[in-house]
Design a protein around this ligand. Structure first.
Ligand code: ADP
Ligand code: MG
Length: 322
């Protein structure tokens, strides 16, 4: 449905994205995940035909976006970042305008606008000025605009940014429902956000794809590590020598040191072991006071670090073969 082939985008001499290659099949909901500045919006802007790639080709449903932009664009609904809506229009006017742009025949327009207003829950505010609406409603107006003309493909750039938890849940449910009939690309810088909507993710960092995989595989790849964060009150004694005393510990690393003498360590241990009991006993024996012990959360940063390291490792191996 969407083919991105050897796509590079430069702004002047700055390379924003480099040699992107991926395909998205009809009906898939794919997450584009990466930190700020990774190149998500640039990639989406190229797929929607807003900007042209410096190199490479992009086709949507077999239509080349550069050679035949009008035809390709008609198949795409785009919800850009920062929702630049026409704030002096009402939602109803804005959605009608989008339907007109998407060449919805005049005879069908009214019914389609009403349907979109219903589907995105905008009935109550449909005749208010957009500029007076809350952020959550603005996002919905933007989404409704993207849906005008019933495009096969939806491109949603960070659709939940700036929303409160309740609004996030609502938008997420809306998108999940849309996934039944549309091919969707949705970007985010939050792993958990993507994992609740998408089955597949493309992870991008500094303009390059680091991984393309299912959410399940990615989460397995990064969360297999067993890791505890342990804060102790410790002045002279050190946790470092625990490694020799408890079997299974792989690494002990000092993470934080506070002025009051407490220290936080990250303890990594072999998969399948639970060292908490042994750890407690050992600390007690040494007279070290335990202030806190918790499982370390896998963050997006961890995921990136690991995936990037995997990638570099593979590339080194490849380089070695030649
Ligand atoms: P993301 O959406 O992942 O946060 P962007 O695609 O917006 O990332 O940006 C990727 C990189 O390209 C960033 O370093 C950004 O500063 C740069 N960039 C984006 N747009 C422009 C532009 N119009 N001119 C110059 N640099 C840009
Ligand atoms: Mg962006």
């Amino acid at each position: 449905m969407i083919k991105v082939k050897e796509v590079t985008k430069k702004y002047g001499s700055f390379i924003a994205v480099r040699n992107l290659n991926f395909e998205i099949k009809q009906g898939e909901i794919v997450g584009l995940l990466g930190p700020n500045g990774a190149g998500k919006s640039t990639t989406m802007n190229m797929i929607t035909g807003f900007i042209e790639p410096t190199e490479g080709e992009i086709s949507v449903n077999g239509v080349d976006i550069c050679k035949n932009p009008k035809k390709a664009k008609r198949q795409i609904g785009y919800m850009p970042e920062n929702v630049p809506l026409y704030t002096d229009l009402t939602p109803k006017e804005f959605i009608s305008y989008m339907a007109e742009l998407k060449m919805v025949p005049r005879s069908q327009r009214k019914a389609q606008v009403e349907k979109l207003i219903r589907e995105t829950g905008l009935e109550e505010v449909q005749n208010k000025l957009i500029r007076n609406l809350s952020r959550g409603y603005k996002q919905r107006v933007s989404l409704a605009g993207a849906l005008a003309g019933n495009p096969k493909v939806l491109i949603l750039d960070e659709p939940t940014v700036g929303l409160d938890p309740k609004q996030i849940t609502e938008i997420r449910n809306l998108i999940r429902n849309l996934g039944k009939e549309h091919t969707i690309i949705i970007s985010s810088h939050i792993l958990s956000e993507i994992s609740q909507i998408c089955e597949k993710v493309i992870i991008i960092n500094q303009g390059e794809i680091v991984a393309i995989d299912t959410i399940e595989n990615i989460e397995n790849r990064v969360s297999k590590k067993n890791c505890l964060l342990v804060t102790v009150e410790e002045k002279e004694k050190s946790l470092g020598d625990l490694k020799g005393k408890i079997q299974g510990i792989e690494e002990i690393e000092l993470v934080k040191e506070r002025e009051d003498g407490s220290k936080q360590y990250q303890i990594t241990y072999q998969e399948g072991k639970d060292l908490r009991k042994q750890l407690l006993e050992n600390l007690a024996k040494q007279g070290i006071n335990l202030l806190e012990m918790k499982n370390a959360q896998v963050t997006l940063e961890d995921a990136f670090m690991e995936l990037i390291q995997e990638k570099e490792y593979k590339e080194k191996q490849k380089g070695g073969e030649n």
